[in-house]
Design a protein around this ligand. Structure first.
Ligand code: SAM
Length: 265
């Protein structure tokens, strides 16, 4: 097979994105699975996994619901999901912001998806409407309020994180959506709404695979526009690369919020 240089670059970028999604999934799956376990996902459930990414949670759900259950895994980019298809796991190319959804799910789950969508509140409401009475909606997103803290304190670290959060916000991301999910679930008419967050403190170098790519990419653009001093970005990227393994920081908080569709009577 011959490949043009353009295709090769695209493949490399796509592989890098897949690897980044896998690292993120590996990091957060135990927390997510604990939350899904707690609501009792079990054999026979009908589940909808929105923005499934590389499909780790869709695959877990598929095993959990068994032959009598069914999982629909959606994404606008399904190339990392196609191999997961099974009789009880349907992969669907679908844009949750603009396309309709069917009805009757026992569980709808979306992790690290709504925070990126400017119409997130309408999407939360749309997801709530897909539930059968008594069904659960679980939405998980970041609150970045923890990421400026670093030990020992560093204005460079704090500054870089603030500039990156502002740049992401300018392109439609909500850096504190995690803390806003419960309100959106209540406004969508759900009951038994509850939320829990998890945050890790660890050496910056241990978060390299999770956050260095996004910091380096958005930081480089901020340097180009003059929003960020190059030496501040170099310092932070250096910490991810292990320049001082004793420097520790927090991850964002991953907030996991859940709510249930009311049952009549
Ligand atoms: C940060 S990743 C999270 C992936 C996965 N949920 C996880 O936590 O491992 C965000 C995912 O949402 C998908 N996505 C973004 N916009 C979407 C949309 N409008 N409809 C459906 N999926 C979307 C992306 O393609 C990507 O797979």
């Amino acid at each position: 097979m011959t490949r043009s240089p353009g295709e090769y670059v695209l493949d490399t970028a796509a592989r890098a994105e897949r690897d980044r999604l896998r690292v993120s999934a590996h990091w957060w799956d135990p927390f997510t699975i604990r939350r899904l376990d707690a609501i009792g996902v079990g054999p026979g459930w009908r589940c909808l996994e929105i923005g499934a990414g590389t499909g780790s949670i869709a695959a877990w759900l598929q095993r959990r619901v068994g032959r009598d259950g069914h999982v629909v895994a959606t994404d606008i980019e399904t190339r990392w999901l196609d191999d997961l298809a099974q009789p009880n796991l349907e992969v669907r190319h679908h844009n949750v912001a603009s396309e309709p959804l069917d009805f009757g799910y026992d569980l709808v789950h979306a992790r690290l998806v709504l925070e990126h969508l400017p119409q997130r509140r309408a999407v939360a409401s749309k997801l709530a409407r897909t539930l059968r009475p008594g069904g659960w909606l679980v939405v998980e997103d970041y609150d970045l309020c923890t990421v400026g803290a670093v030990d020992p304190p560093s204005t460079r670290w704090t500054n870089v994180n603030a500039v990156i959060a502002a740049a992401m916000q300018a392109s439609g991301f909500d850096p504190s959506y995690g803390s806003r999910i419960p309100g959106d679930l209540l406004r969508a008419g759900l009951v038994d709404v509850a939320a829990e967050g998890t945050v890790y403190s660890c050496p910056v170098a241990a978060m390299r695979a999770l956050f260095r790519p996004v910091v380096a990419r958005i930081g480089a653009r901020a340097v180009e526009t003059g929003a960020l001093a190059p030496e501040d970005l170099a310092y932070v990227v250096g910490l991810f690369d292990g320049a001082d393994p004793s420097v520790t920081a927090y991850t964002p908080i991953l907030v996991s919020a859940r709510g249930r569709s009311p049952t009549p009577g």
